[in-house]
Design a protein. Sequence first.
Length: 294
Amino acid sequence: MNAAALSAHLKSGVTTVCRAWAVTRKDGVVLGFTDHDRDLRFDDIAFHASTGLTARALEQSTGLAVDNAEAIGALSDAAIREQDIAAGLYDGAAVRSWLVNWADVAERRLTFRGTIGEIERRGQEFRAELRGLAEALNQPKNLVYQKPCAAVLGDRRCGVDTLQPGVSLEAVVVAVDGGTRLTLPTVQAFAPGWFIRGRVKVLDGAGQGAVGVVKRDWEVSGQRLIELWQMLSAGLAIGDTVRVEPGCDKRLDTCREKFDNLMNFRGFPDIPGEDWLVSYPVRAGVNDGGSLRR
């Protein structure tokens, strides 16, 4: 990448420049696009001109304000599919944009780096908000003193490996009812209710990558029934393989008894409640200042 040569080219008065951008999805797939009338290639990425995707001018600032940009395009089986957007593969996808001399792609400059934010679909068109790197600095990071655990099951602070055998389940869907209730072969290793508040992720089929939240989990006539809070937008069909991950209600007892993970519990279960704040010593009570969890 030769930004100095590109600057010299821009000062020449006659330019042959275009814009190119690459999107790296959550599943690792990299897609390249350009507003030039011919395909380009650099950094081992093919930038296609026939995708119908365009990007508005980037509005960037030197402060912490979020860079304002928007990508607009048509849903196409050859480039961006509606089912991939519905499955969440583009949520938080990394985006890079270059100003490129299409006559010599070595003369280019990286002009934007960020992620995809909200995506809006209108018929066969979509609009994707682009967020700059400063967006991460606008997220609240302070700890909250509360009785429930503040960690997310399976994240770095929690430490539970939700993919290990005996914790999550991979199975083939044998029936689908109404798009929100799926039937799986019975699994004796998991108690009824084990997956409540957990996730169902579709591993193959047309809805690959789609994720739903578990509302109910029970066994009927030797089969496992999983009910989701809402229908998967990418769809679910008989024969699809899904991974069902457990749920957590953030309670200390659940952390200790269900996941044997008490050392990583991120809540404060002994915080006094409002009743304690207005209480006073009584002769019949225990007033030694000990734990309230006896």
